[in-house]
Design a protein around this ligand. Structure first.
Ligand SMILES: *Cc1c(COP(=O)(O)O)cnc(C)c1O
Length: 383
């Protein structure tokens, strides 16, 4: 029945925005391809200076930066981590790997971020961390979250994969938590294919973070001349990306203005057009609170129900356009059920997961491509 239709407008497409090729060549010429060479250091500096974090360390992925966070907080079997059910599996897996029990919270229906009014009731004497996810690059209600976390003395980790350079009340996301984790996966605003970073806001964790990232050794201190040999001193793994990736990433960072400006245009163009039909067809569009500056990571629509969403996905596919849904609730997944999750626990998460559709969004999306997407959505609703 299903005939293969050629996708002309993909959901995502990575692009070269500047000196990626030249920098990769330079990395090769420099003769240092493993981690923490010239380009990695530049990336660290860039993140530290632009965001104002105490320390930034490139990692092989956001998943690995989250795993480092769990190791740094010495999470143990029996400990609990609180996080939204509406997020990517890595936000939870990094902790479950340490034997930590996930405790989910529902999301707000407007920003789709962790519902801060439901946070405190999930805290127990076993809670060791709170992970927040700034969905679609829009900040969680950090004042309320940090106030609760401080009262119970629980560290907050920001899964900042969507939200590099977004702000909450004038400050960059990624600067609020004890740690924040970035992703430079191909689908994110800034990419090197696969990559990430751990941002550290509490300096007491810096030294151990370096050990953990370097296989549990003090190799970083050795290279800085702070110790005369390096050895095994902690648990750890291999979380450094190659210089080839750092070279690619630095070129993307240098085009920060261009990338963010491009994505803003695409986002605003979707929004202006879709606002014209949203209320007539019971479509909810993204809500950006006035105290948040978003990162223009994605454009999504919340459709009336799963049936309309599937029909629209199929309709767009018929036109060669790939639009896709997003997170399935973690609490009702196979693993989530093992931790006691069941349907009905988090109604907002469950309905948002059924209704949400993400539209094609990439830096070099042309005006004509975007017009075709918007036109097709109009046709779907108005014929
Ligand atoms: C993409 C993403 C991740 C995982 O990023 P990787 O770099 O692929 O490990 C984690 N959390 C969120 C919210 C993401 O969007």
């Amino acid at each position: 029945m299903s005939k293969d239709i050629e996708i002309r407008i993909p959901f995502n497409k990575p692009s070269l925005v500047g000196k990626e090729m030249a920098y990769i060549e330079q990395a090769i010429v420099r003769g240092h391809l493993s981690g923490d060479g010239h380009f990695s250091k530049q990336c660290h500096q860039f993140l530290e200076q632009e965001l104002g974090v105490s320390k930034a360390l490139l990692t092989t992925s956001c998943t690995h930066a989250l795993e480092m966070s769990a190791l740094l907080l010495e999470m143990e079997p029996g400990d609990e981590v609180i996080l939204p059910s509406f997020t990517f599996v890595s936000s939870v897996n990094a902790f479950v790997l340490r034997g930590t029990r996930p405790v989910f919270v529902d999301i707000r229906p407007d920003t789709l971020n962790l519902d801060e009014t439901r946070l405190e009731e999930r805290i127990t004497n076993k809670t060791r961390a709170i992970v927040v996810v700034h969905y679609a690059g829009v900040g969680c209600e950090m004042d309320a979250i940090l106030e609760i976390a401080a009262r119970y003395d629980i560290p907050v980790i920001e899964d900042n994969a969507h939200s590099l350079f977004a702000k909450y009340k004038g400050s960059y996301l990624g600067t609020f938590g004890t740690f924040a984790t970035q992703s430079f996966h191909e689908t994110k605003n800034f990419t090197c294919g696969e990559g990430g970073a751990l941002l550290i806001n509490d300096p007491q964790y810096i030294t151990r973070a370096e050990y953990i990232r370097e296989k549990g050794t003090n190799r970083s201190r050795f290279f800085r001349g702070q110790v005369d040999k390096y050895t095994w001193i902690d648990v750890g793994s291999s979380y450094l990306p190659s210089e080839l990736l750092a070279a690619f990433l630095l070129a993307q960072f240098e085009e920060r203005e261009f990338i963010q400006c491009r994505r803003r245009q695409i986002w605003e163009n979707y929004h202006t057009h879709l606002e014209k039909i949203s209320s007539d067809h019971k479509i909810q569009l993204p809500h950006i609170p006035s105290h948040c500056e978003q990162s223009y990571h994605m454009y999504y629509m919340l459709l009336p129900d799963i049936k309309v969403r599937q029909e629209l996905i199929d309709y767009l596919k018929g036109k060669g356009i790939l639009a896709i849904f997003h997170y399935l609730p973690l609490h009702t997944s196979k693993m989530g059920r093992k931790f006691g999750g069941k349907t009905g626990d988090f109604p907002v998460t469950e309905s948002v997961s059924d209704q949400l559709l993400r539209l094609p969004f990439y830096n070099d999306m042309t005006k004509s491509e975007q017009d075709q997407v918007i036109q097709s959505i109009f046709e779907f609703f108005e014929t």
